[in-house]
Design a protein around this ligand. Structure first.
Ligand SMILES: Nc1ncnc2c1ncn2[C@@H]1O[C@H](COP(=O)(O)OP(=O)(O)OP(=O)(O)O)[C@@H](O)[C@H]1O
Ligand SMILES: [Mg+2]
Length: 228
């Protein structure tokens, strides 16, 4: 019965992705002025449609990933890659997220090690952690640092922010499904609470560990270790 339910979720999620593609494509066509020049109001409307279509797409991907993790059906593809090049690719992917709040984004990494793991899934973990950091740093003076250290036979990665932090009371709950610290945050920051569940699932499937240290009002650092 459970597997029928899982197949149903997968099928519905996949079908939901189909109409998002043309919505995004037509937004891009309109934004390129391929269908005529847009005035400011029209451009703002298209940007809003595009942004929300992308959010919906992200949500559907997250639902599919949570389902895959629940049923042990997420596939992992391990290849050898260099840590420093990987970190540069994270900077490339995440930099556009920094512009709106003008966040200082630092990569302290010069790690020459190689690692054999699933690069694209690790990138997904970084992306989720950086996205959270972006959500919770202040509007002015936000800083996010990413890096890695060798820890014996593992690499320890981290994402550090100077955001609002996580209170003692709430620390034990944040890896729980759909958990968001406060429902009023939900309106302010959006999101569904899937992000950290997915991060934990991916890291543990790659034989690693994920945890965090946080002080309310000072900031948060998420760490995850992955075997080399
Ligand atoms: N860097 C951080 N600083 C402060 N709080 C955080 C941080 N990262 C996570 N949290 C808290 O943990 C909660 C769960 O995070 P998670 O990424 O799972 O969900 P979300 O970001 O709310 O939604 P989603 O990731 O699905 O868009 C967040 O809502 C937030 O309250
Ligand atoms: Mg998140």
């Amino acid at each position: 019965m459970d597997s029928v339910k899982e197949d149903f979720y997968m099928m519905v999620s996949k079908e939901c992705q189909v109409p998002i593609e043309p919505i995004k494509r037509y937004c891009e066509i309109l934004k390129d002025s391929a269908a005529g020049k847009l005035n400011t109001k029209q451009r703002e409307a298209i940007d809003e449609i595009h942004y929300n279509a992308a959010r919906l797409e992200q949500l559907i991907h997250d639902i599919v990933d949570v389902q895959k993790l629940n049923s042990n059906r997420m596939e992992f593809k391990k290849d050898e890659f260099k840590v420093d090049e990987f970190m540069l690719s994270i900077i490339d992917t995440c930099s556009p997220m920094m512009t709106e709040k003008n966040i200082e984004f630092v990569n302290t990494n010069s790690n020459k090690s190689a690692i054999t793991s699933d690069k694209s899934r690790l990138k997904q973990v970084f992306y989720n952690l950086v996205q959270n950091a972006v959500d919770f740093v202040p509007q002015e003076g936000g800083k996010i640092e990413i890096g890695s250290n060798n820890e014996g036979n593992s690499i320890q990665f981290y994402v550090q922010d100077n955001g609002i932090g996580i209170s003692e009371k709430r620390k034990e709950s944040i890896f729980k499904k759909f958990y968001q610290v406060d429902l009023s945050f939900k309106r302010k920051y959006g999101g569904t609470g899937f992000g950290l569940v997915i991060c934990k699932g991916i890291v543990e499937n790659l034989d690693g560990k994920i945890w965090f240290e946080s002080k309310e009002g000072e900031g948060t650092t998420f760490y995850f270790t992955i075997p080399k």
